[in-house]
Design a protein. Structure first.
Lengths: 249, 436
């Protein structure tokens, strides 16, 4: 049963790889330039990261939390394909590095969030001495905590790279296209940028708290769940409903 | 050939009698060989655990097998027959399969679902098989039982969850820490449960077991039993500071670990699992409120065990269903084997008719070229074979023994199979008579 589910997910991920590959190679379509395509790429990265986790640890229980996120997010690119071509400003290697590092960071944080959620459920059962359905099926607290720590570390590194590249690239692009309204709007009071900074602050604190304050286990789990909630907020409603410096027409 | 089983188990015999009938302490192989030497025992296997001694036989005569099994038990263990005969149970044929399948699945065990029994059944089979005592029927039966045991374990939750306090404690430790390699254990005080728990933890590869006791000699004694090191009572708090798992079992009337003490020596962030098996309790309940401290007392562990036991009990019906299913399949297999003599006789009869007809036509066929004659032979053979395919299948798949007897009888009469057999028998006896 579990093995069949993994195989199915693997095939899904392969098909997704093919679609993204075809769009990029044949249609000369940047896989991350519109929100819907970015969501699709994010889902793809998250699926690959999760598959890596599942195949290396042989723990399938977290799929219960990850797969609903994957399916729900993939609905967006299915409903709004968003294939229109984009702003010429975006034809830059910097842009590609900027978006893909951030997407990879978000995929790691999504995993960390799911691991954190799992940790909290497992923690509660053991602490309250109600060893129920989840107890027999979830991995140990230690494994969940270590995997959460790894996912947050990887995510934080890519988030940092993504933000730094964004800043550098904005500075360069302003020289090339001084009148671009988006580039002029790139500042800290922009909701999208503010969201990214808040995210970075939350995960930096999580890193700091774990290494120096001893915030492991449940506190670390809470922080990673909170961080991913902020990311989702910044990624979806802000992208679709609020006009920001990152809204490229 | 009949299957026959005679034995005693924890359900039929008191422990002292089971001990006297036990084979597991001695040489099981020698016992099987001695049993196999009995004339009625065509195939034999002896299964012996602390809860049962069972003799499995394949024999043409179940009544004689029973008598010989009793003689064997009495002779091997130097026990008068009256001492154990009132406590034995016996089974024949399908009931033997059902009993063995239930045993292999752990359904007949004292603690339902315990995992050791399947290994013991395998050992019993290998001991007999190495000495060529097992034979084809018992080999089939025992191999079938291994598959049943495995199927019950994978398809039901019969063996899931710890059912003793010390195992429940170790299972919890593994849920908190994952692998226990490299973990440090502190045992405060001594007692049966704490000793067992320490031993289980040791077998899971913990790095260090520190043992402390108000009486230093007791600490040293326990350290020797479980392979740990004794720590002076005055240094117990230092040891607590570096421990991941603590087992407390002192006879103290008041808590020996307070929240304040634990908080003082703990590094923040590292989980601590405290197993308090002392009554009255050794650890203040509020210690369990500390973040990252998991405190279980003996009642908590007992309720985990009871929950696991009731979960196992809920799986019994499903496991019994699997056993019944497999017994039915095993019986069907045996029935299909029982049909073989009739099928063989039927084939011989048909082939004999074919040959005699070919012989009769031999004169007319001589004018044909050799290829054509070979073709005629081939075609007639194929016709006979095709005619027999369906009857063969049907005979192997008859639903019960009664039907099988009726069909065999009908075929014997319709094709005069019995007559030929008896004629052969007559010839044999005539020959014997001549020799005499």
């Amino acid at each position: 049963m579990g093995r069949a589910a993994t195989t199915l997910l693997l095939f899904g991920a392969l098909a997704h790889t093919f679609v993204i590959g075809m769009q990029t190679m044949e249609v000369r379509f940047n896989p991350v330039a519109s929100t819907s395509r970015a969501v699709s790429t994010f889902v793809w990265l998250l699926t690959l990261s999760y598959l890596y986790l599942e195949l290396t640890t042989d723990e399938r229980a977290m799929g219960v939390f990850i797969l609903p996120v994957i399916v729900a997010l993939q609905v967006i690119p299915v409903v709004f394909p968003g294939m229109a071509n984009s702003d010429p400003v975006l034809n830059s290697a910097w842009f590609w590095v900027h978006v893909s590092s951030l997407l990879f960071a978000y995929a790691s944080f999504a995993l960390a969030g799911a691991l954190g959620l799992t940790y909290m459920l497992q923690f509660k059962e053991i602490k309250k001495k109600h060893l129920g359905y989840l107890y027999t099926r979830l991995p140990s607290l230690q494994i969940l905590d270590v995997m959460n720590w790894r996912a947050v570390t990887v995510g934080w590194l890519f988030l940092t790279v993504g933000v730094v590249v964004g800043v550098v690239w904005t500075a360069q692009a302003r020289v090339i296209a001084p009148n671009d309204p988006n580039l002029q709007a790139m500042s800290l009071d922009d909701p999208k940028i503010l969201g990214a900074i808040v995210t970075w602050a939350v995960y930096s604190f999580a890193m700091f708290a774990r290494t120096t304050l001893g915030w492991t286990g449940r506190r670390a789990a809470w922080l990673s769940a909170l961080g991913f909630a902020i990311i989702l907020l910044n990624f979806l409603p802000v992208n679709y409903f609020v006009t920001t410096s990152h809204t490229f027409q | 050939m009949h299957l026959f089983l005679l034995g005693v188990s924890h359900k039929t015999a008191p422990v002292d009698l089971r001990e006297r009938l036990d084979f597991s302490s001695g040489d099981l192989g020698a016992a099987v060989e001695m049993l196999a030497a009995k004339p009625a025992a065509a195939e034999s296997i002896v299964l012996s655990t602390c809860n049962r001694s069972e003799i499995y036989l394949a024999s043409e005569d179940a009544g004689r097998a029973r008598q010989e099994a009793i003689e064997f038990l009495s002779g091997f263990h130097q026990l008068p027959q009256d001492a154990f005969v009132p406590h034995i149970f016996t089974f024949e044929d399908a009931a033997v399969a059902q009993h063995l399948f239930r045993v292999a699945a752990g359904l007949d065990s004292l603690v339902v679902g315990e995992p050791q029994i399947l290994g013991q059944v395998k050992d019993a089979f290998h001991a007999a098989s190495q000495r060529h005592c097992a034979g084809p029927l018992l080999t089939k039966l025992f191999n079938w039982s291994f598959a049943v045991g495995k199927r019950v374990r994978t398809e039901t939750g019969l063996g899931e969850g710890a059912v003793s306090i010390s195992f429940a404690a170790v299972a919890l430790a593994r849920k908190i820490f994952g692998r226990l390699q490299g973990r440090r254990v502190l045992v405060i005080g001594a007692g049966e449960i704490s000793t067992l728990t320490a031993q289980h933890l040791r077998s899971h590869g913990v790095a260090d077991i520190a043992i402390t006791n108000r009486t230093a000699a007791n600490a040293h004694a326990l350290a020797e039993t479980v392979g740990g090191r004794a720590v002076p009572w005055t240094e117990r708090m230092t040891a607590l500071g570096s421990a991941d798992i603590v087992v407390t079992a002192t006879g103290a009337q008041r808590p020996i670990l307070t929240r304040e003490q634990v908080e003082r020596v703990r590094k923040r962030g590292n989980p601590l699992f405290i197993i308090d098996v002392a009554v009255p309790r050794d650890v203040e309940p509020s210690v369990g409120d500390i973040e990252q401290v998991f405190l279980y007392n003996v009642d908590d562990l007992q309720s985990v065990v009871e929950e696991n036991l009731s979960r196992r009990a809920a799986e019994i019906t499903r496991a019994e269903g699997i056993v019944a299913d497999e017994v039915a399949r095993f019986t069907a297999w045996r029935r299909s084997r029982a049909a073989v003599p009739t099928i063989v006789a039927l084939r011989q009869r048909f082939d004999a008719i074919r040959r005699s007809e070919l012989q009769r036509l031999d004169g007319k066929l001589t004018s044909l070229p050799p290829e054509a004659r070979a073709r005629v032979d081939e075609v007639t053979r194929l016709i006979v074979e095709k005619l027999l395919i369906e009857p063969t299948e049907q005979l192997k798949a008859l639903p019960d023994e009664e039907t099988q007897v009726a069909y065999t009888e009908a075929l014997n009469r319709v094709f005069r199979l019995r007559e030929e057999e008896s004629r052969e028998e007559d010839e044999e006896s005539a020959e014997q008579a001549r020799r005499e």
